[in-house]
Design a binder for this molecule. Sequence first.
Ligand code: E4P
Length: 218
Amino acid sequence: MKFFIDTANLQEIKEANDLGVLDGVTTNPSLMAKEGITGEQNILDHYLAICNLVDGDVSAEVIATDLEGMIQQGEELAKLHTNIVVKIPMTINGIKAIKYFSGKKIRTNCTLIFSAGQALLAAKAGASYVSPFIGRLDDISVNGLDLIAQIRQIYDNYLFDTEILAASVRHPMHIINCAEIGADVMTGSLKSIMALANHPLTDSGLEQFLADHAKGNK
Ligand code: E4P
């Protein structure tokens, strides 16, 4: 399972990368705005800074909603760095843009996936990744993990090579459950990734080992 971090914060990306298990980064317009990155050139520069930090896929989202605009912005983003994956929202124009980019061998991440039908359509158009937002489904009392399982089944039935990128991951159990179901990738916060390392028995066990070692060496 690949681990992506879902942030535009360079410090958090660096910290996750230093752990040695990071495979990529996802961003979205809200995450970019949260870091105060505004204006076309600053946004492009920021994507480049992320690509230079991490040796892995970096999802950069188009803002346009018309087909021509999506293609123009996507081509500009793809030109920035070989790590860039063009992130495109799940709309009819988005599907057409994914089909276009797939023909040009430009990788895409179809975002805002909330149903198996959307994931099927994106895979048929040639998306490299689909991003089902599991946390946002959980927020409205729909089990996000069920959607991951449904998409896994469909992609396995027809051997689609589109990767399932579980997004809107909110906590370490989401990561573990997605791994059990067979999501190809998960994207989550630094906190959710780091939390995988924690267990109180590890802490107390280590404390005991160190205390015994200190006693024995008095
Ligand atoms: C995925 O690519 C999105 O950026 C992200 O996972 C959305 O998560 P949220 O629901 O926590 O905003």
